[in-house]
Design a protein around this ligand. Structure first.
Ligand SMILES: Nc1ncnc2c1ncn2[C@@H]1O[C@H](COP(=O)(O)OP(=O)(O)O)[C@@H](O)[C@H]1O
Ligand code: SF4
Ligand SMILES: [Mg+2]
Length: 380
């Protein structure tokens, strides 16, 4: 089932809640020098991850079935400069979480590689001094926090595991500092996860992720389970932490409105590939790929013009048997014979050179249809 890409809060509600959260006061952070080196923190080169979802061999032989390979991620490349945020957005099942897992080394790639601060990830993972430099934050903080541990032990675990601070008193001080950094009280360390609200639990996850002094955080739908005003507070906290600690983020969401608040650049994913990658504002003001344009039409009305929100229609095809050529062609009003036969390469877009777009129509300059609405209308 295709999930609506923008479910829930409007972008306007987000902006208002963000503003309100900002007014609520500072996050009590120590001032850190920003990383002056703007080289890439992370590079993904033609990353692919396929899963064998075949039935057991005997059953397959009996039924005369071929092996079934699911292409969750199928050739994704990007680079994230230090101190910046790249967001990946796309409908459920397009491969976002699989990219996140590849990037932190939880899955080995089927093809391609990840370079972390100039070093192959496989080598970086083998070295605990390197491993502590990247951490991951998940959507459901309750599932990632041990319910039987006190918060202070949850947060201290990476400090102990990486041997960062050995003295018990110093560990307690560090945990208190982290709790303050994420807007909680040092006294909260005595409590258990169930004593907190969803937003507070996500703050605990962030404190735990920060406890190993990482430079790079992979955040997989970190605010998707939270109410809109709480989402805005967590996004503001993440932005403040990025500014003060010089962090680099790979941020993942199915919600374009959330992604706009936090991103320097945004990659739109479709069926295991990147359809378009652009600076955040460019993506919103000049979307080029027909899929991105359709997603923009699905965003709730920003300026209250009374425009009707048009959801992206049609189903995402199965990654087990993706369509040949451009994976979007069954849903695309601009599709032609070339689209049905040839996979489009990610190329700088004519007229919007800071955007890279995988679309034959954009490459050929035949994407200037009158009303972008036509794209979404044709999809529904
Ligand atoms: N461990 C796995 N085994 C088999 N299929 C998987 C596995 N993990 C993810 N998939 C499939 O890969 C595709 C992409 O999944 P995922 O990366 O979780 O997408 P997203 O995070 O964008 O919703 C989906 O079709 C999903 O069912
Ligand atoms: S390559 Fe063709 S099918 Fe794919 S998005 Fe572009 S026009 Fe549509
Ligand atoms: Mg996911």
């Amino acid at each position: 089932m295709a999930e609506q890409i923008v479910a829930g809060p409007t972008a306007a509600a987000f902006a208002a809640a963000t503003e309100a959260a900002r007014d609520a006061g500072p996050t009590a952070l120590p001032a850190f020098a920003h990383a002056a080196d703007a080289g890439p923190m992370l590079e993904a080169e033609e990353l692919a991850r396929h899963f064998d979802v075949s039935r057991p061999l005997l059953q397959r032989l009996f039924a005369g079935e071929a092996r079934r390979i699911l292409r969750a991620v199928d050739g994704v490349s990007f680079s994230i400069p230090k101190g910046t945020t790249l967001s990946l957005v796309g409908e459920s099942g397009c491969g976002k979480s699989t990219v996140a897992r590849l990037v932190v080394g939880l899955y080995p790639p089927t093809r391609g590689r990840v370079i972390f601060d100039g070093q192959d990830l496989a080598q970086a993972r083998a070295d605990s001094a390197q491993r502590r430099r990247m951490q991951m934050i998940f959507q459901d903080p309750y599932a990632s926090l041990n319910p039987r541990w006190r918060v202070q032990d949850i947060i201290a675990e990476p400090i102990r595991a990486f041997g960062l601070v050995t003295d018990r008193g110093a560990q307690r001080d560090r945990v208190a500092q982290l709790l303050t950094q994420v807007g909680l009280s040092p006294l909260d360390g005595e409590k258990f996860p169930h004593e907190f609200s969803g937003g507070q639990r996500q703050r605990i996850s962030i404190a735990r992720a920060l406890s190993s002094n990482p430079e790079f955080l992979v955040c997989d739908e970190p605010t998707s389970a939270l109410d809109v005003s709480v989402q805005a507070q967590i996004l503001n906290l993440m932005k403040a932490l990025q500014r003060d600690l010089g962090l680099t983020y790979l941020f993942i969401s199915h919600n374009l409105a959330v992604v706009r608040q936090i991103s320097d650049r945004i990659g739109v994913m479709y069926l295991g590939r990147i359809a378009e990658l652009a600076p955040a504002e460019t993506l919103f003001t000049a979307p080029r790929h027909p899929y991105t344009r359709a997603l923009m039409e699905a965003i709730p009305d920003l300026d209250m013009t009374g425009r009707k929100r048009i959801p992206v229609g049609g189903e995402v095809p199965s990654p087990i048997s993706p369509p040949p050529g451009c994976p979007f062609h069954p849903r695309c009003p601009l599709a032609n014979e070339r689209c049905r036969a040839e996979v489009p390469a990610l190329l700088p877009a004519r007229g919007t050179p800071e955007s890279v777009v995988a679309c034959h129509a954009v490459e050929e300059g035949r994407d200037h249809i009158e009303a972008p609405l036509a794209v979404a209308a044709a999809l529904s």
